[in-house]
Ligand binder design. Sequence first.
Ligand SMILES: [Zn+2]
Length: 449
Amino acid sequence: MKRTGRPLCTRAAMYLPILAVLSCLLSAKAWAQEDSPAGQAPEQTPYTAPLDGRVRGQVQPELIEAGTVIDGKGNVLHNTRILLEKGRIVSVGPTVSAPRDAVVYDLSHATVLPGLIDVHVHITYNFGVTGRYDDTRETPEQRDLIYERSLWEMLMGGFTTVQSVGAPEDATLRDFVERGWIPGPRILTAYEPIFGSPQVGSDDVLRAKTILLQYEHADLVKIFASQSIRDGAGETLTLDQLQAICGEARKLGMRTLVHAYRGSVRNATLAGCTEVEHGTYATQDDLNLMAEKGTYFDPQVGLVIQNYLSHIPQFNGAGNLNAQGFEYMRRALSVNEKLFQDAIHTPGLKVVMGTDAVAGAHGRQVEEIIARIGLGQSPMDALISATSLNAESLRMSNEIGSIAPGQQADIIAVDGDPLTDPATLRNIAFVMKGGVVYKDMISAAAATH
Ligand SMILES: [Zn+2]
């Protein structure tokens, strides 16, 4: 067996993340242009040069020697080995043996977890090069590279899958990440949300919009059933209208995520929608109803509003991001904390982990997990939420969300123990996605001793 070394891009990435991304991208794109006819995905032939660890991660077996494993389903294992082949986990256990040519990652002093999942992000919400949220002079090239930077930041922050809810640009980013052309978490996207408004049209129009989203290759349907919290959070879709959209989506086999406050929480639940987002001003009865109906609930307490309020000069003046909007958000903070605590104490309610990360928050999504633990959720429950429960909500339990045979090799590690010190999640030291290592501050450091 060989001890680990780092792929070129990973090594550079530790010190110069943006430069490394760009150099990896340039090489990958040059390769793509040479070999693929316009508009077609190339064959998945391996790179001839070790661009990003892809060759090794997908051709050679890999073995992780893990000091502690938190498996994403509530179990803790010690001194365990994880064997990976072709980007998937093959076996997990103390006596697992590896083929002679396996690449070994020594994480025997670290805590290993499944790659984290965020069920609510906005990849395309960013500060421009001027630092402003509404940077009107941003060029398309700047915008595209900033999207790629956001993906890189999320991956480096331990997130190997994100659900973006959503913008049409997400679809290109999703496909490029999937092909290995740019580094980033695997992406699911709502493509374009359906917004409630007085001009929304008949139920037939709403059903047609839902069908159109499937045609446009959306992975899910995002619905705004309430105004923004910054505009007062009033209802914008009726129960009947939600039934039209969520009913149509169900027929198509698509999931529905509903941005909902106040009475919209109850309506979305009664309409059989898959997941309620935010939920501010929901009642205990609403929480009980979601539990009864099996509706996933994604409240936020740790990142999105705090991030808006800590970047006021950069957001101020963009749409409803004004003095009144910031005041509405400030008032929601304590309401959301109480709602979250009520939610985790509601028997049977499936509380998933989505951060609603916008500009300034990409890559810092663990703050939501840490805040939830600070409000009384057990660290294990918070981690289950961000891994296997989130995977279940995405209907991807067979692929991601736990460390078990058959799963994608999406594996991260931290130096400490997040069960006793959740803040250690701020220092993700190892990131592997699909068997490819993108960051390794642990085993590489040990190899130089
Ligand atoms: Zn959002």
